[in-house]
Design a protein around this ligand. Structure first.
Ligand SMILES: CSC[C@@H](O)[C@@H](O)C(=O)COP(=O)(O)O
Length: 369
């Protein structure tokens, strides 16, 4: 997608042909800066400290992290060390483990001399595939938006609520939940996005608002608690969010607060869609609440806010009573029964094993083995 007229992906190779460049998402929306990753430890730190974030981009960065690791030492031991280091960075997004398993499968049988080139090629393939998957999700989600538009008076705006950031910044390009919105906007459909601020890290206020604004999509940032009220007053036509891990049975882990939006949508008859590429499906799990590991992050993300002051200077501000403890579960699980449909690269599926396996029979079969 474009920033100030220049097309970007979220991850690319440096001019030297081997280092890995990413956009520093901790600096957005106030400053657009890039970071050059030269070692596997730097790739792991970038994931852990959320310089990059969003399930598909975490997977892509981990894949390139493996390539960086092998440059110095392409032995089996170095490969396993890199996989373990990267695999321990964040627990919830399954794309991380999917990408690492794919890298291992591609590399482990190769002679050491061939591994570095193969690792770069595989990481590049993961990135290119992610772009294609997200674009296809966009096309299928666009169909849903068109259906909603067709039921409204011509020209009336379609209000779509989203939570966290599942736009192009969370993937390699296009995004998952925001891809249909970009395509609808580009097709001249009058979409307007309610952007949940998404405390504590404010991925909505900082990142979704930034990228929607850069693309010219009308949007309004709302506090996390406003969605239910807007739904009660007919101000939301559809909710669409991303996911970090979806079980084979359609339970959806996503940024903390997603579940409350699904409850409010259910109570108000608002369709609640989840957009995901197939690498986000964890075919080994069938009970999201019991089985999906939920990341617990630092309390400081709740007690303190990052922003810029009126003088434009960046700062960190405490917003809680000094001494009060804080808890910070980073994700929650929305049960399949609250999900209207899963928007994948192969179409829209009911949130169930039957629904997913109809679209991905070859992947479902692996689970049955
Ligand atoms: C296409 S991204 C889907 C999810 O990864 C996204 O909604 C999300 O929850 C990201 O969480 P984050 O903690 O910012 O990595």
């Amino acid at each position: 997608m474009k920033i100030a007229g220049k097309a970007y992906r979220t991850i690319w190779l440096g001019e030297d042909g081997w280092s890995v460049v990413v956009i520093d998402q901790t600096r957005l929306p106030f400053s657009f800066e890039t970071v050059r990753l030269t070692q596997v430890q730097e790739a792991a730190d970038a994931i852990r400290h959320m310089i990059v974030r969003g399930a598909p981009l975490i997977g892509a960065t981990a894949a390139y992290g493996v390539a960086l690791a092998l440059r110095g030492d392409a032995s089996d031991a170095a490969l396993e060390r890199a996989l373990a280091l990267l695999g321990a960075t964040r627990p919830t997004a399954v794309n991380l483990h999917w990408a690492l398993a794919r890298m291992r499968a591609r590399l482990i049988e190769l002679p050491e001399t061939e591994r570095v080139a193969a690792a770069y090629a595989e990481a590049a393939a993961i990135c290119d595939e992610d772009v294609a998957l997200c674009r296809a999700i966009g096309e299928h989600g666009l169909g849903l938006i068109r259906t909603i538009a067709a039921a409204k008076p011509v020209g009336e705006r379609i209000n779509i609520l989203t939570h966290c950031n599942a736009g192009w910044l969370a993937t390699v390009d296009w995004g998952t939940a925001l891809a249909p919105i970009y395509l609808a906007h580009d097709a001249g459909i009058p979409v307007h996005v309610w952007v949940d601020e998404t405390r504590p890290r404010n991925q909505g206020a900082a990142l979704s608002a930034y990228e929607l604004g850069a693309h010219g999509v009308p949007h309004t940032v709302i506090s996390d608690n406003a969605g239910g009220h807007l739904m009660q007053h007919g101000e939301v036509d559809m909710v669409i969010v991303g996911t970090d891990r979806t079980t084979a049975t359609g339970d959806v882990a996503n940024k903390i607060g997603t579940y409350l939006k699904a409850l409010a949508a259910h109570d108000n008859g608002v369709p609640f869609y989840v957009a995901l590429p197939s690498p986000t499906i964890d075919w080994s799990l069938s009970d999201g609440l019991a089985e999906i590991p939920i990341e617990e992050r630092a309390a400081g993300e709740v007690t303190h806010l990052r922003g810029v002051g009126e003088d434009g200077r960046p700062g960190i501000f405490q917003v809680t009573a000094p001494g009060s403890p804080a808890a910070n579960p980073a994700f929650d699980v929305t049960p399949a029964r609250l999900v209207t449909g899963l928007v994948t690269e192969r179409g829209v599926a009911p949130a169930s094993f039957e629904g997913l396996s109809r679209l991905f029979p070859e992947l479902a079969q692996e689970r049955m083995k």
